[in-house]
Each structure stands twice: as structure tokens, then as C-alpha cells.
Design a protein around this ligand. Sequence first.
Ligand SMILES: [Zn+2]
Length: 245
Amino acid sequence: MTLPRKFAEQIAPWVLMIVLATVWWGGARLVRWSGLSGLLPSAPAVAHVGPRSDAPSSVPPPVAVRDPLPAAATRGDADEDAGDELLSAGGLPVITFHDITNLRHRALTVPVEGTSPAALVPSYRDTRDGERRHEAMDILADRGTPVVAVEDGRIAKLFDSKNGGLTIYQIDPAEQFAYYYAHLDRYAAALGEGDRVHRGQTIGYVGTTGNAPPGTPHLHFAIFKLGPDRKWWEGTPLDPYVVWR
Ligand SMILES: [Zn+2]
């Protein structure tokens, strides 16, 4: 083998690599210059998961009212199988962003006839009786204004309590949430436990039963996420206001 030939055999692979690298680099620049890079796959967008930045903060209620601590907020002997549901140390379900999204997608009917979603006022974080959190939403209306079901469901309990007065516990069709209506003046005629009700159906009338101020008729409305056993009296409250926002 002659020296030039040997030299060529040693150099040729390097030359080839340089040529290929140049072509690759030049191609990449060409794609960038030509704008074709927009057509190439890129890293997927990361979805933002978390509370909405415009989530309402607590504001003073329009009137001072004293309201009941719903029975559904009490804790029971929950040590049952939790399935895949996320539970707190006390055995009650944890409210997730998915729950709020779930409820928003249902486009719940405002439970007081004639009240628009825009007229709702948050009062979930207000304190009642000096210490308890309200954990509900008050909707002021004239006495006797129809109270309507926020969606289809089942009347789980008609309950007359010291603080809540005449109350209704409604379970949603998916058995995920309980809707709680309190201070009713009276129930709709013939309404009974176990009844199937439809969205918008009148189930009672605004009043001041329980510890509502006699001069301030309003509906005290709450939503509870039910526990693993779907007991109407056992759940974790969430802010109804954010469901309409
Ligand atoms: Zn209230």
C-alpha cells in the first residue's frame, strides 16, 4: 500500500463524518430559517391544574345572619373501605379541584326562583355565632319565594332542626353530593322522602325557620361531598359560590 493511499483510507472516514455533520447542521439551520420548525413536534403543553386565580375571596355578607351547622358536617364512625376515594384522617372525603369542575359542568340551577347566578354573594368563610365557619351560601329573597332543586336527584331526608328549621337533603343522581336547603317556610305540597325530583322543580319556599332572623328570609344552601357510604348526614362541605363562578 502506498503512502498516499493509506493516507486516503485513514482520512476518508473523517471527511465523510465532516460532510455529514455539515449537511445535518445546515439542514437544521434551513428548517429554522424557513419556519418549518413550527411543524415539528415539540414538548407537550403542561396543563395548569390548581385553583382559579379569580376564585372569590371572602366578603362581608349583606346582612348579619345566624345559621345552622348542618348535620351533614358531623363526623360519623367512618372506617369503611375507602375505595379509590381520597379520604381525610377523619374518614371524610377530601374536596378536589375535580369536584368543583364536575359540579360546574352540571350548570346547577340557582335554588331560589328569580335569582340569577350574577346576583349570588359568597359567604362560605364567614363566621357564625362568633366562631363556626358558615360553610354555605345565603340567598336572600322574599318569604314564600319558591326554592327549586338545583338538578335532578332524590330527596334523602326532610328534617326539622333547631338551627336549620325546615330542611331538605337532596342526593344527586351520581350519589356523589348532597344538596342542603335550610330555613324553609314550608315544603312543597306532597314532597316526601325518597321522592325523585327534577332540576327546577319547586321543593319548598323561602322562610326563616330555625335560627334565621325573622326579618331576613333567605335560603341557606350548602353542598357536601358524600363519604364512601353515601350517608346524607355525612360529608365534606365545599363552597357553593365557586360552582357558579
Ligand atoms: Zn346561611
